[in-house]
Design a protein around this ligand. Structure first.
Ligand code: NAD
Length: 498
């Protein structure tokens, strides 16, 4: 028990012990053992973090964007130097392979790189002579204290979707990490201070609903970014909006991939394998449904796919050539097994059964593959968030599109085809926020923005990229006239722009 490490929150650049009664145990999913513990942040801890962030807000917004960018250049360098250490922290608590952990750090780093050009992103419009002698220009100004609530599955990338953008825009930030995988986010916070961030600009906590409720209700918090499951995101959206905050809540998913009869099936098969089973399916952009157009397409695809699913190399993150790690917890494993049982009971064909895997003592599952899944089944309707792929067979492309468009979620969708017309029609008409054409996980790069539609996002702003800059700033429009401009005495009528 002595080798269990106690984690601390970071408030005002100092390590702080939580004061809530609750203590979270953090597991290594590859061994099933507790490796770290953290006493949760209490409501008072969160209030303190908000007050500190508020106190530092005036000074930080007065730092020029160029100087903020300079700090982020230092940060970028530190993340590169510490990638191995950060990846270890992610894999130890999440279970994903080291290469996958490095991949998510690289995607987070892209956002930091985007933020090093914050001068350019905050550049505004100026219009001369909107009326005689009158000019207008726009400013985008920081909001003050912003807060982020992040999920377990991307312990580095998702926090980095939020605080670098908010802080580059001149805000201060309170980050509430997932209690399952907090170590990487805490270390990333320390590195921000090493990079030169003034104390109190980023405060990082680990806590539960009580901690989140303070963030949602506190009058000094101006914006809430949430990434996590749909039921939690929906309630966070409601509560924070009720307290007059701007909210972006990026939520759950059921991402479909359509395989057309003319697709390169070998390419599609490999793409599906990585997108469905990478990170044990614990990605909001994981492909969890494949729609095959035509029975022949289904037969040929399954012939290639099923043996590869059967032979997936499942193991601990540090083992050689491992393709898929464990799921994050015993609860997750039980929930996924329960869904597989429901799929069988509801009449789907379980081609590959991943329930029995003899790998280690951790929370391991093999890959599961269902064929003949019907749109009324729970394995089709719900987000399982595990290594379970459903194949739905349809006759025509139009049936595939209709299925996706009537599904409750709309995060990502992909089509595999050689037909440009079909690809274009799909891109134009599919009801999803992120679309892939022969790309299975179309996660936008940092200068574009990430966000789904329907029950995959509540609020109107996608995250990072220019959507992020707009979310973390307020628009101000200034209209100016100087003494040499035309003066005609008092004007009582509203003036047009002539
Ligand atoms: P989760 O909703 O359980 O938790 C997310 C965050 O909310 C955590 O910080 C957690 O502590 C907090 N939380 C949990 N219950 C809460 C409650 N009742 N009140 C207030 N806060 C609460 O999600 P998770 O299991 O950590 O992550 C997996 C989910 O996140 C999946 O649904 C996945 O699709 C989604 N996700 C979405 C995106 C996206 O961009 N759309 C990205 C990554 C993950």
């Amino acid at each position: 028990m002595n080798d269990v490490i106690e984690l601390k929150h970071i408030i005002d650049a100092q390590p702080v012990k939580g004061r809530a009664d609750e203590v979270y145990s953090i597991y290594n999913p590859a061994t099933g053992k507790i490796i770290r513990r953290v006493q949760a942040a209490s409501a008072d801890d969160v209030r303190l973090a908000i007050e500190v962030a508020h106190e530092r807000s005036e000074a930080w917004r007065a730092v020029t964007p160029s100087k903020r960018a300079q700090m982020l250049f230092n940060y970028r360098q530190l993340i590169i130097q510490h990638t191995d250490e950060l990846a270890q922290l992610i894999s130890q608590e999440h279970g994903k392979t080291i290469d996958d952990a490095k991949g998510e750090i690289a995607r987070g780093l892209e956002v930091v790189e985007f933020c090093t050009a914050i001068n350019n992103h905050l550049k505004s419009d100026f219009t001369a002579e909107v009326s005689s002698g009158i000019d207008s220009y726009n400013l985008r100004q920081p909001l003050g204290v912003c807060a982020g609530i992040t999920p377990f599955n991307f312990p580095a990338m998702v926090p980095m979707w939020m605080y670098p953008v908010a802080i580059a825009c001149g805000n201060t930030f309170v980050l509430k990490l997932s209690e399952k995988t907090p170590s990487c986010g805490l270390r990333l916070t320390e590195l921000m201070y090493e990079a030169g961030l003034p104390a109190g600009v980023l405060n990082t906590l680990v806590g539960g609903k009580a901690a989140v409720d303070v963030l949602l209700q506190h009058p000094l918090v101006k914006a809430i970014s949430f990434v996590g499951s749909t039921p939690v995101g929906e309630s966070i959206y409601r509560e924070a909006s009720h307290h007059h905050k701007r909210v972006q809540a990026l939520c759950g998913a059921k991402n479909h991939l359509v395989v057309m009869p003319d697709a390169d099936l070998t390419q599609a098969c490999d793409a599906i394998l990585g997108a469905a089973y990478g990170s044990a399916g614990e990605r909001c952009m994981a492909v969890s449904v494949v729609i095959t157009v035509g029975d022949e397409t289904a037969e040929q695809l399954i012939e290639q796919l099923a043996p590869k699913v059967q032979q997936l190399r499942v193991g601990a993150y540090h083992e050689k050539d491992v393709e898929m790690g464990p799921v994050v917890s015993q609860d997750s494993k039980n929930r996924i097994v329960d869904y597989i049982e429901q799929g069988v009971a509801q009449g789907a064909t379980l081609k590959i059964d991943g329930r029995d895997t003899s790998v280690g003592k951790g929370f391991f599952l093999g890959g599961s593959l269902f064929d003949h899944v019907q749109p009324t089944m729970s394995i089709y309707l719900d987000e399982i968030f595990g290594p379970v792929l459903s194949i739905v067979r349809v006759k025509e492309y139009a049936d595939a599109l209709a299925l996706i468009n009537t599904h409750a979620y709309g995060n990502g969708a992909a089509i595999f085809t050689r037909d440009g017309d079909a690809a274009r029609h799909f891109s134009m008409h599919v009801e999803a926020g992120m679309v892939g054409v022969n790309v299975p996980i179309p996660v936008p790069v940092a200068m574009h923005s990430f966000g789904g539609w329907k029950r995959s996002l509540f609020g109107s702003a996608a995250i990072h990229g220019m959507e992020g800059v707009r979310f973390y700033t307020r628009l101000k429009t200034v209209t100016t006239r100087w003494p040499s401009g035309i003066r005609q005495g008092a004007q009582f009528n509203f003036q047009g722009g002539k």
